[in-house]
Ligand binder design. Structure first.
Ligand code: PRP
Ligand code: URA
Length: 216
């Protein structure tokens, strides 16, 4: 597959560790949710590198004058968690981006057609066009859900170049769709898996992320 897409799989032992915990079928729901949050935090840390707007300034320490760099609080930032499974990542991602507004988007796949539908949309009518958006979509499977999320965000005035997607596991069908439609977007994931089974689940994957995170 030739991808016109920037997909990053950060090499980090903690990312590998928490992915293995999340994949393990014997991991109980409470620990699964912790693994998802940890992965959310580390992937967010990588995703905002060279992307968070900063301001250079000079400041006074207790001992001397020196230069310093702060995150620019004036550039609007947004986090779009795809409910439900994206909620498992939200709290830790908010620690990385404490000034970001949170815009929930509730999507669910039809179990037979695998088509997503939207049951909750807290996106604003229009974004300030400078807003940087991080979408939390833990499972990029067929790509139906992320494509719907991208449409909803971009039609409100955000260029794909200002969007970063955090996914725990990504599969080729979703990456292909993103590549064909939004080559400017960047994706940060713990792993690119082999493919999907006949029911649209990622293999080897980690099962149903929403059910496992919320014990349903
Ligand atoms: C899961 C997952 C993604 C979606 C990905 O959601 O959390 O949102 O499937 O699949 P796709 O790429 O084929 O669209 P699900 O519909 O199971 O809802 P849930 O998060 O409430 O469990
Ligand atoms: N959604 C999930 O939760 N898991 C998959 O493997 C695919 C879609």
């Amino acid at each position: 597959m030739t991808l016109q897409l920037r997909v990053y799989v950060p090499e980090h032992p903690l990312i590998k560790h928490w992915l293995a915990v999340a994949r393990d079928v014997n991991t109980p729901s409470i620990l699964f949710k912790s693994a998802m949050s940890e992965l959310g935090r580390w992937l967010a840390y990588e995703a905002v590198r060279n992307w968070l707007p900063t301001i250079d300034t000079s400041l006074q320490t207790p001992l001397a004058q020196c230069s310093g760099t702060f995150v620019n609080p004036e550039v609007p930032m947004g986090i779009v968690p795809i409910v439900r499974a994206g909620l498992a990542l939200l709290e830790e991602v908010q620690k990385v981006l404490p000034l970001a507004s949170v815009y929930h988007l509730g999507l669910v796949r039809n179990e037979s057609s695998l088509e997503p539908s939207c049951y909750l949309n807290k996106l604003p009518e229009k974004f300030d066009e400078e807003t940087r958006i991080v979408i939390l979509e833990p499972m990029l499977a067929t790509g139906g859900s992320i494509m719907l999320a991208m449409q909803e965000v971009t039609k409100r005035g955000i260029k794909p170049e200002l969007i970063r997607i955090i996914a725990i596991v990504a599969a080729p069908p979703a990456l292909r769709q993103l590549s064909e439609n939004y080559p400017g977007v960047e994706i940060y994931t713990a792993m690119i898996d082999e493919g999907l089974n006949s029911k649209g689940y990622i293999v080897p994957g980690l099962g149903d992320a929403g059910d496992r995170a919320f014990g349903t």
